[in-house]
Design a protein around this ligand. Structure first.
Ligand code: SME
Length: 154
């Protein structure tokens, strides 16, 4: 991905967030945008920290195949580990990650970026790819910026 693609996508996400509409509609539009425009993003979804049950993630809007992992405890899988540390978690090859929850046989790599508001972890953006090791610096820049922007509406 080129820097200008990153800038263009950030601009489009900005427009989605500042437009009228429900939060979940906006999150869904962001998923669709990323899924459709970035070739190596094969599943894009938000997990939100549950308000009822402690240390639990709940699947929010997503774009891609249905997943059985609609509730993920902190510490479990790549998503749960990122929730525990509050830090970006990049897995270039899921075959090498023991604590991994598989959604589809086709997935080869994954990146999870926490969404933080103040000092509170409120959710995360999860992306699966069917390629091995496709995520580079522009992905990190793009996804971290989107998570900052999204933190305002979660
Ligand atoms: N693979 C994730 C589970 C969520 S799916 O990728 C949609 C994990 O290990 O936490």
């Amino acid at each position: 991905m080129m820097d200008r693609d990153v800038d263009m996508l950030i601009g489009e996400v900005e427009r989605i967030i500042s437009a009228d509409g429900e939060r979940d509609e906006k999150l869904k539009k962001i998923c669709t945008l990323l899924h459709d425009r970035v070739e190596h993003y094969d599943w894009v979804g938000f997990y939100l920290v549950d308000r009822e049950e402690e240390r639990m993630l709940v699947l929010g809007p997503f774009r891609g195949e249905e997943t059985e992992h609609t509730r993920i405890p902190f510490g479990s899988g790549i998503c749960g580990q990122a929730a525990e540390t509050g830090e970006l978690f990049l897995v270039p090859d899921v075959a090498n990650e023991k604590n991994y929850l598989s959604c589809s046989e086709k997935v080869r790599s994954e990146i999870v970026v926490p969404i933080v508001r103040g000092s509170e972890m409120v959710g995360e953006l999860d992306i699966d790819s069917h390629r091995i090791d496709p995520f580079t610096e522009p992905d990190r820049v793009l996804l971290e910026r989107i998570c900052q922007m999204v933190s305002d509406i979660l």
